[in-house]
Design a protein around this ligand. Sequence first.
Ligand code: 2M8
Ligand code: MG
Ligand code: MG
Length: 270
Amino acid sequence: LIVFTDLDGTLLDHFDYSFQAASTALTTLKTLGIPCVINTSKTYSELLSLRQDLRHRDPFITENGAAVYLPKTCSLQATDELQSHGDYWVKAFGPSRVNLIELALSFKDTYDFTCYSELTPEQLAEYTGLDLASASLSLQREFTEPLIWNDSQNALESLKTEMAKHGVKVQKGGRFVHLMGEACDKAVAMEWLNQQYQDKYQEQTKTIALGDGENDVGMIGQANIPVVVRSPVHIPPEIPNRSDVWITESYGPTGWSEAINKALATEGYV
Ligand code: 2M8
Ligand code: MG
Ligand code: MG
């Protein structure tokens, strides 16, 4: 079994970003040697810090599928050409962020929104409930530009159409609307990484994917075990063409544990 998980609103509580309620289940995965891949909108900088708190050792995917990071100590041997970045090998899917910022700013007169690049760490901390240090790490983005969307749903649909003409995708996260390259997708990055695991194990792997938002739909939809973690702030997203989705009873990390424990039992681990 390989776990692919979102962070915000899934493994981390939507309001206070705590993973406390999932600690026991996380330890169980480590003990069983089941990889737990983080697949998040968060940045590389945020992940470096969070991985220490979580004592996370497995690969991770940042900025909504824009880049996959393989710890150099892990035994996955990718055949693709990878970049070296500190202690990691990186497979990048994303275009660089500067172009997205420039493009976003050109729509400032048309729609009502604020770009991430316009925010100070203080403003971001205030808006998200992140502490100041974490807010600064979140601002250090490489591939994507989140927006605070103050306009209507119709206006958002119109932005999507406009952005598509420039090869840019618009995707809703928990609080923000994320601009990213059309090649960036949590599902595509997951697929690539899963292939590396299959090459290593020389067999088909079984995946479970857990998420709470619209940006998790593709990742959840392609997993063997699809899990939607219930959110305290929005209704569960629809997973197209799947009638076997588990929707957790509880919110965030409590729901996450519920689903992991159920999967471990179903798969005969415990
Ligand atoms: C942003 O991501 C979440 C993911 O759902 C969102 O859109 O609400 C990112 O900017 C991330 O870097 C940041 O840590 C998070 C904080 O809530 O928000
Ligand atoms: Mg989320
Ligand atoms: Mg996320």
